[in-house]
Design a protein around this ligand. Structure first.
Ligand code: C2E
Ligand code: CA
Ligand code: CA
Length: 724
């Protein structure tokens, strides 16, 4: 005996108790005794013995009563009760079993047999306990694994389900009724029923196991996905089969798989296909088109000046805009698909069937059109199997029209335009990469043609874009290769022809390729962000030169060097810190003027005002460049801490025009009213100069006065003026 089992004997015969104690203790049992029924019940409940030996006749009640009472106590459980019956008293034996006795033994007691019987009963009880616990464990495990199992007995046509079925189907109350096959199939998603019934039929009639995924609808109306496995067990003895199955709730897994798939294939912002899946679709479509010798078109759509919107309205609004654009594109291409020019073909999927497909993330296959967001503000539309180029032109035209209608974003009305490049298959490329590249090239051409238009790809465009590419990569190294330098165009006080400052202008000398003027590379530098590095370098350069000039005592008190500050540079969040770190010696700042265009100032005016004030606090002078080309309004001028405005060259060129003279006059008058100085740039002849002097313009700049000079040339000029 491994365990020290405790046995409670309830008997009023003191001799029997004594003998029992002796006999059983030698076999390692611990013995408890009680002489009355009442005492016995109390001990049984309190001391929790492993087995009960119960006499039929007790002084206060019968053994049957004791048995009944104990079996109704859940705490006593299913512990074995061995009933001691009188000889031939079959009736009481029968009643004892009904009352829950485990076994019986006849008086007088045969001690060796009793000992074996006790041993057997204890072991049986232990096995029963462990079975119960493993069943409970199984049920728990099933619950955790969201697993339900069923057994089907073909003879009895009877389905047995594990308890967990209620949880799976969210059944609140099913009573003790049997959950039969019909109850189950009623809860299977109708579209999946046929497949399931087929599988079960094949299992039962042809012993074909199955493993399928299908949907169910729970009693609470929820849709779940289960992995359903059906199998059979053959009984070798009677050749009968039992059928078993498991259902596992895999809804969460499917959901996360879908999510992963949608992340991988779809753009999370707009829900459109992303670059990867668009390329997959295109590959399939092109292979198909190749077989059918059909033509298709790839439209590369790029939002004009998206950066401007992001800068002025913020990224959240920018994102919102992209979503609204994609909605509009979707609707637009859909109507285009119904277009007569698509040569309707009824075998094709309807647009709504298509959109369902997109939503359900079904396999990416070929369709009449495909829409994707490649990233940023770039969208693509693929028109498959079109009759001729005209279709692409019509669709592009319609897209541009639809997108030209203003968008309302958080109470802002925003006008946007797009440039579209079109590449045709197979003429402009017979593979995805080539088509994408050439559509992109055509799109750039559309931008160069003034934006808000579409262009078909032409071979000559590629040369241009190759040039652009080489320029872009050369520019990246221009600074480190010392290819950038500054020239200085003098500024004169018109009243007395005094040299009063200069404008620093950027030049790029490319080895073996010659000099490049800023108009050829500044826009590129802005697009690629290079301007930030260049701009910083510029600040440092200016600061160095000023230091030199000051220490050489070349500068008058009111001398100013003007620096052009690009939009991107000014809109940097940390521009003030950048300025501070470049112009370390603050006493130099009074000699510096930042030239900012009106457009730059007016974007996000409130935020700019803070920046402008901070710059002005640093004693940096501010000037509005290209004045008259942007908002053309002086009314806002008083808000900004500006020292001067620079009338754009386009006004000066036409100085003989009466209207323009009046405008220039008005600008000068108003600026002077606000104590702001007026600079005229682009003075090319005596007449213009005279006019401006007459009108009271303060400062002049232009080829007629001086072309931009090299550093040494300008220094010589400074020296001459200093000595005079
Ligand atoms: P901007 O700020 O309007 O600069 C004046 C431009 O007019 C300069 O051209 C100058 O050489 C030119 N100019 C001056 N006088 C005359 C004239 O009498 N007739 C004509 N036809 N032109 C005259 P540039 O140097 O080619 O610069 C062009 C533009 O490039 C500048 O226009 C400015 O917007 C930009 N830029 C130049 N340097 C920088 C720079 O360092 N940083 C930034 N961000 N932009 C720069
Ligand atoms: Ca300028
Ligand atoms: Ca200008």
């Amino acid at each position: 005996m491994k365990k020290n089992y405790r046995i409670l004997i309830i008997d009023d015969d003191p001799t029997l108790l004594l003998i029992a104690q002796k006999k059983l203790q030698t076999h390692g049992y611990q013995l408890l005794t009680a002489a009355t029924g009442e005492q016995g019940i109390a001990d049984a409940l309190e001391k929790s013995p492993d087995l009960l030996l119960l006499d039929y006749e007790l002084p206060d009640m019968t053994g049957l009563d004791v048995c009944n009472i104990l079996r109704n106590q859940p705490s006593y459980g299913a512990k074995p009760i061995l009933f001691i019956a009188g000889k031939n008293d079959y009736e009481s034996i029968d009643r004892a079993f009904q009352a829950g006795a485990t076994d019986f033994i006849i008086k007088p007691l045969n001690w060796p047999i009793l000992q074996y019987r006790i041993q057997y009963m204890l072991r049986a009880h232990e096995i029963q306990l462990s079975l119960l616990s493993s069943e409970a464990r199984l049920a728990k495990a099933q619950r955790l694994a969201k697993l339900v199992n069923w057994e089907y007995n073909h003879q009895e046509k009877n389905f047995q389900w594990s308890e967990t079925f209620k949880e799976l189907f969210e059944i609140n109350d099913y009573g003790s009724q049997n959950f039969n096959l019909a109850d189950f199939t009623k809860r299977v998603f109708p579209d999946d029923l046929y497949q399931l019934e087929n599988s079960i039929q094949n299992l039962i009639q042809r012993q074909l196991p199955f493993e399928i995924e299908h949907r169910i609808i729970t009693d609470q109306g929820l849709e779940k996905v289960v992995l359903h496995v059906g199998h059979f067990i053959k009984n070798e003895l009677n050749n009968h089969c039992d059928y078993i199955g498991t259902l596992q709730d895999i809804t969460e897994r499917i959901q996360s798989e879908n999510k992963i798939r949608s992340l991988a294939y779809f753009d999370s912002l707009t829900g459109l296909k992303n670059r990867e899946s668009f390329i997959t679709v295109l590959n399939t479509a092109l292979a198909e088109n190749k077989k059918n010798h059909s033509t298709s078109a790839l439209l590369f759509i790029d939002l004009d000046d998206f950066k401007h919107i992001n800068d002025t309205l913020g990224h959240d609004v920018g994102d919102l805009l992209l979503c609204k654009i994609s909605e509009r594109l979707k609707n637009c291409v859909r109507t285009a698909e119904n277009d007569q020019q698509f040569a309707p073909d009824n075998s094709r999927k309807s647009p709504s069937a298509y959109s369902d497909k997109v939503n359900k993330l079904s396999p990416l296959d070929m369709s009449r059109f495909d829409l994707a967001r490649l990233g940023g503000d770039e969208f693509t539309v693929f028109l498959s199997d079109i009759q001729d180029n005209k279709v692409a032109a019509t669709v592009s035209h319609r897209l541009l029209q639809a997108l030209n209608i203003p968008f309302t974003l958080n109470n802002h009305e925003v006008f946007v335009s797009f440039s579209i490049g079109i590449a045709l298959f197979p003429n402009d490329g017979d593979n995805v990469q080539q088509l994408l590249k050439n559509a992109d090239v055509a799109m750039y051409h559309a931008k160069e043609c003034g934006k808000n238009n579409f262009q078909f790809y032409q071979r000559s465009m590629s040369d241009k874009s190759l040039y652009r590419l080489s320029l872009e990569s050369d520019l990246r190294n221009a600074l480190s290769n010392n290819e950038l330098y500054l020239v200085y165009q003098p500024l004169y006080q018109l009243a007395n022809d005094r040299l009063i400052g200069c404008e620093a202008l950027l030049r790029w000398k490319r080895p073996e390729k010659g000099l490049l003027m800023p108009e050829k590379f500044i826009p590129l530098a802005e697009q690629t962000g290079q301007i930030l590095v260049i701009g910083q370098w510029l600040f440092e350069q200016i600061s160095k030169i000023l230091e030199q000039w000051l220490s050489a005592d070349l500068l008058n008190e009111d001398f100013k060097i003007a620096v052009n500050v690009s939009s991107l540079q000014f809109h940097q969040a940390n521009i003030i810190d950048k300025v501070k770190s470049s112009f370390v010696d603050k006493s130099l700042n009074q000699y510096v003027t930042f030239e900012l265009t009106e457009t730059v100032m007016m974007q996000n005016a409130a935020q700019n005002l803070t920046k402008l004030n901070l710059l002005s606090d640093l004693h940096i002078n501010l000037s509005i460049d290209d004045f008259g080309t942007g908002y053309s309004s002086l009314s806002y001028l008083h808000q900004f801490p500006v020292k001067s405005v620079k009338i754009d060259r386009s006004f000066i060129i036409q100085m003989e025009n009466e209207d323009l003279i009046n405008i220039v006059k008005a600008i000068i008058a108003m600026a002077h009213g606000m104590n702001i100085k007026v600079v005229a740039e682009g003075i090319e002849n005596q007449q213009q100069l005279d006019f401006l002097k007459q009108l009271g313009c303060d400062i002049g700049q232009g080829f007629f006065l001086s072309e931009p000079l090299s550093l040494s040339e300008f220094q010589t000029l400074l020296q001459q003026h200093r000595s005079t």
